[in-house]
Design a protein around this ligand. Structure first.
Ligand SMILES: Nc1ncnc2c1ncn2[C@@H]1O[C@H](COP(=O)(O)OP(=O)(O)OP(=O)(O)O)[C@@H](O)[C@H]1O
Length: 665
């Protein structure tokens, strides 16, 4: 059924819907005070925030070996020597701590022995020096760990970042246009790479804490095997309190983060350069500022609530931990009184238990952090893996630098999620030196056909052949190099004018000056560059000091020059001139058609302004994914079909109207 019904008055179609009641007199710009975060949708970049708060201890523990292995492999790949140094120095440092503790107990044994104090101190001196030596060695080893970590961490991040961009930048266009892919890639870029850097240090801290705990257990078992269960008794309550506190912190962070996102909506709007003019003319700033203030006050309240809650939780944790410590010390006293343990070993046990408690608290904290960060890093690696499967074909054959014919044979193409095909059996042959145009209504398939020609989309059915060779058998990158595409909304590179023109040849820095000038002239961009303060080297972005802003039409000319400079056997221009006024577009298309830099180039123009394409050798008229008419302008006009109707309609629009009779005042 049609979406529209005949309107009540004069046959004008009107929308079909139920009558709309008037709006309320009051409305909030954001959520109500008591529901600031709950109605927020989970955004693509926040899916793992607070995950550690809901993970069980078993999940966190079970994940650790995999994460440690993963980071170990990344470190190994990035810098073997540094990775090995971190591992060995970390182990050695833990051994120094344990030995230091044992040496400390021996010192105490000497000090607690019978005899004059001076003799006891003298006897303890070598052990004291040993303790000092061990602690100094530990400090040096920890510094070595930090240095090696500083070497390996940036390398891991750089390697991951380069590999990530290298892969995602080459993924097939169809995949890039999938919104889910967009979310995944941005999440990996924003969070995955960020946490990939953080997690290395965290894994090192985790290993240090685990080794310290193991070292403590080792020392206690040397002092007396019965001390091991005592350690468990004393650290378990501490561990429970640490888990509670870590979860609470992660849960709170999720809520705090949601509030920050709300605030950012307003700061973005207030700072956005595109919104600036309208905000000022609407005088909407004060309203936005008021809402911003309301939310920031809420954040301040949330901060205070969190701070107080954390302090209370900490107190409760310490109370529980203290209870465990009390029980431990009572048991220790019992062992001393029963004569199971010499006094010096008892004192050593107290030190070891304290060190063990501190190590466990750190271990729990870091384990939660590592668990959550690992989700982001795993995401990043999963995107990299998926990207590998989405790369274009790497056929054996290289696309030729010159082509005689490009043939499309019964090409079909359907976008993912669409019921109707965008191309429904397109056949055409383009020959070297030909100038052709694609015309037709919006959505008729012109741009899709251009992208299939450019090798950006692979046809679902049918073939595209270059001099008889199926492009599916060609290396996709080599094909892209032989097609110069100037698409709707061309990219505005924030670089110099010169870099903008040469970017299509795979370099931003090395130019062929004569060819650049010729390309700029052919596109009508020479006038644009000549008026810039530093001509070719002027930065085309207001974001940089001295950068210049170009108009839409000026950008289009630069983009056409970029296409011309590429000097490819196939040049596609898909309405890059849409933002130009008709005479300017006409001038650019005239320049493109007349000032071609290579005679054998096949030029495909897509335009809605038919006056721009009358000089083309062949004009293809698209309608719902099919070609309904084709031929030269004269042939199509003589045919009196759709093209002739469209052309006449546009031409009528430009014809001067008969002057109106002046109204008598
Ligand atoms: N990225 C895309 N994802 C899904 N559908 C798309 C996509 N691009 C185009 N389409 C659909 O494919 C059909 C053909 O679109 P195409 O852009 O090729 O038409 P066009 O003739 O170039 O239109 P226009 O004159 O508006 O540029 C349309 O129905 C359009 O909605």
């Amino acid at each position: 059924m049609s979406e529209f019904a005949e309107g009540a008055s004069q046959g004008v179609p009107g929308p079909r819907h139920a009558p709309l009641p008037p709006p309320p007199a009051e409305v909030t710009a954001g959520p109500a005070d008591d529901n600031l975060t709950d109605e927020l949708e989970e955004t693509y970049w926040s899916v793992h925030d607070g995950a550690a708060a809901s993970a069980t201890v078993r999940q966190v523990l079970a994940g650790l070996p995999r994460i440690t292995g993963l980071i170990g492999r990344l470190a190994w790949r990035a810098d073997r020597r540094a990775a090995l140094c971190v591992l060995l120095c970390q182990l050695a440092s833990a051994a120094m701590s344990a030995l230091g503790l044992i040496a400390g107990v021996t010192v105490l044994q000497h000090l607690f022995a019978a005899g004059p104090t001076a003799d006891r101190v003298r006897a303890a001196l070598p052990q004291i020096l040993l303790v000092v030596g061990l602690l100094s060695a530990r400090a040096v080893l920890e510094a070595a760990v930090a240095v090696a970590q500083a070497r390996v961490t940036p390398k891991i991040r750089t390697a991951l970042e380069c590999e990530f961009l290298e892969l995602t930048a080459h993924v097939r266009l169809e995949a890039v246009e999938d919104p889910d892919w967009h979310d995944e890639v941005h999440r990996a870029n924003d969070r995955g790479l960020f946490y990939a850097r953080q997690i290395v240090g965290q894994v090192v801290s985790l290993a240090a804490a685990a080794l310290a705990l193991a070292g403590t257990a080792g020392v206690l078992s040397v002092l007396h095997p019965a001390l091991l269960p005592l350690l468990l008794l004393s650290v378990l309550p501490v561990g429970v309190a640490a888990v509670r506190s870590a979860r609470d912190r992660f849960g709170s962070f999720k809520r705090w983060n949601a509030l920050q996102r709300r605030v950012r909506v307003f700061s973005w709007l207030l700072l956005d350069v595109d919104a600036a003019a309208e905000l000022r003319s609407d005088t909407a700033q004060d309203a936005l500022l008021a809402e911003h203030r309301r939310l920031t006050v809420k954040i301040a309240e949330e901060d205070t609530r969190l701070g107080v809650h954390a302090a209370l939780l900490n107190l409760a944790g310490r109370a529980v931990g203290g209870l465990g410590t009390g029980i431990t010390y009572a048991a220790l006293a019992g062992m001393l009184i029963a004569g199971w343990l010499p006094l010096a070993s008892g004192a050593g046990a107290v030190l070891a238990i304290q060190a063990g408690q501190a190590a466990l608290t750190r271990l729990v904290d870091v384990a939660h952090l590592v668990y959550e960060q690992a989700l982001w890093v795993s995401d990043l690696l999963a995107v990299q893996e998926r990207s590998r499967g989405l790369l274009p074909a790497r056929g054996e054959i290289q696309a030729p630098a010159a082509v005689g014919t490009i043939t499309l044979d019964d090409v079909h193409f359907r976008y993912a999620g669409k019921d109707t095909p965008a191309l429904d059996g397109i056949s055409m042959t383009l020959t070297a030196g030909q100038k052709v145009a694609f015309v037709g209504l919006n959505g008729s398939g012109k741009s899709t056909c251009a992208k299939v020609l450019a090798g950006l989309y692979e046809p679902g059915r049918g073939t595209v052949r270059w001099d008889g060779v199926d492009v599916r058998d060609m290396d996709a990158a080599s094909l892209h190099r032989q097609v110069a595409c100037v698409l709707q909304e061309p990219v505005r590179y924030p670089f110099s004018a010169l870099s903008n023109i040469i970017a299509g040849t795979g370099t931003l820095t090395t130019a062929d000056p004569d060819r650049v000038l010729a390309a700029a002239r052919a596109a009508g961009a020479d006038g644009v560059v000549a008026e810039l303060p530093h001509t070719w080297t002027t930065l085309l972005s207001k974001r940089f000091k001295g950068g210049q802003q170009l108009s839409g039409g000026q950008w289009a000319k630069i983009a056409v020059a970029r296409g011309q400079y590429q000097n490819a056997p196939l040049l596609l221009l898909d309405e890059p001139t849409a933002s130009m006024d008709p005479p300017a577009e006409h001038a650019v298309y005239e320049a493109v058609l007349r000032g071609r830099l290579r005679e054998d180039q096949i030029t495909v123009l897509i335009s809605h302004r038919l006056a721009s394409v009358v000089d083309c050798d062949t004009i293809y008229v698209f309608d719902r994914g099919r070609i309904t008419e084709s031929g030269s302008h004269d042939a199509l006009m003589a045919r009196r079909g759709v093209y002739a109707d469209m052309f006449t309609l546009q031409a009528d629009g430009y014809r001067p109207r008969s002057p109106r009779t002046k109204a008598v005042p």
